[in-house]
Design a protein around this ligand. Structure first.
Ligand SMILES: Nc1nc2c(ncn2[C@@H]2O[C@H](COP(=O)(O)OP(=O)(O)OP(=O)(O)O)[C@@H](O)[C@H]2O)c(=O)[nH]1
Ligand SMILES: [Mg+2]
Length: 247
């Protein structure tokens, strides 16, 4: 068993998942994988079961219904903590994130508690997105940075590595964000708790196969959530047993 776990949430990703898992398992750095599937109508859950039968490094959590990315990650985080992982990754299933960059994130996590893979650090590295989508993302990040005061170039990205102490310090039951807001909120709490955050540049590729799940509602959620965080309208007391950041 590795001390690093890559959590991959899936909803209708049956044509992307097998190759993604292959790419991750081919890395020289051994990591385990947890697929969190929300009962995808396209049968991604069964595809995941078949992969699990073939590879002992791969695990799957089947959830009953689609409840959004945030809920899927929270279930994955809980599983990761229960199973003793130290480094807990978020990664999309649609080949937007390059598995070859997992070792880079892991290296950065040796002296950091949260590593953010950034599409925008020192320049724009987004491949295959139309201008509208890119502008929404760039503007969204500027807005989130301005409202929250968090000094990071990519707050909405989904290629990240957390040390377990961060996850343990957050009351997961009180995290209600679903989409991009979820990424911002998790980073917000990590910073509030005094954990060390760093960014490393990543290349982001537009979805490989399958339909987009991009929606206006997750944009609106993010628009309001950053204000709620900034104004203290969302609270999250650390669980009593939570460890303090190591210094
Ligand atoms: N389990 C679960 N996974 C989800 C859900 N919504 C999205 N995902 C997965 O989360 C990851 C990121 O979602 P994407 O749909 O790629 O979001 P995006 O990159 O903003 O937009 P597109 O790539 O254009 O669809 C993918 O692996 C999705 O399959 C959900 O409700 N439940
Ligand atoms: Mg995607």
């Amino acid at each position: 068993m590795s001390d690093a776990l890559v959590i991959v949430p899936t909803y209708n990703e049956r044509n992307n998942l097998p190759r993604l898992v292959d790419r991750i398992l081919k890395l020289n750095t051994p990591v385990d994988i947890l697929v969190v599937d929300d009962n995808s109508p396209d049968g991604t859950g069964e595809v995941a079961d078949e992969i699990v039968r073939q590879h002992r490094e791969v695990h799957v959590l089947h959830r009953v219904r689609k409840e959004g990315l945030g809920r899927a990650y929270l279930a994955g985080f809980k599983w990761a903590i229960e199973h003793g992982y130290e480094f807990i990754f978020e990664m999309d299933a649609d080949h937007s994130h390059n598995p070859d960059q997992i070792p880079e994130l892991l290296a950065a996590a040796q002296d950091s508690d949260l590593v953010l893979g950034s599409r925008y650090l020192g320049g724009i590295r987004v491949v295959d997105w139309d201008m509208r989508r890119l502008l929404i993302s760039i503007f969204g990040n500027w807005y989130a940075r301005a409202v929250t005061g968090l000094p990071y170039s990519d707050l909405t990205g989904g290629f990240k590595c957390y040390r377990r102490a961060i996850i343990e310090s957050i009351d997961l039951a009180r995290v209600n964000s679903i989409g991009y807001a979820f990424q911002i909120e998790m980073t917000w709490w990590a910073v509030q708790r005094g954990f060390r955050v760093c960014e490393i540049p990543i290349i982001f590729y537009g979805r490989d196969k399958g339909e987009t799940k991009f929606s206006k509602s997750i944009i609106w959620e993010a628009v309001w959530t950053v204000w709620k965080l900034r104004l203290g309208l969302i609270r999250n007391e650390a669980p009593r047993s939570a460890p303090a950041p190591a210094r």
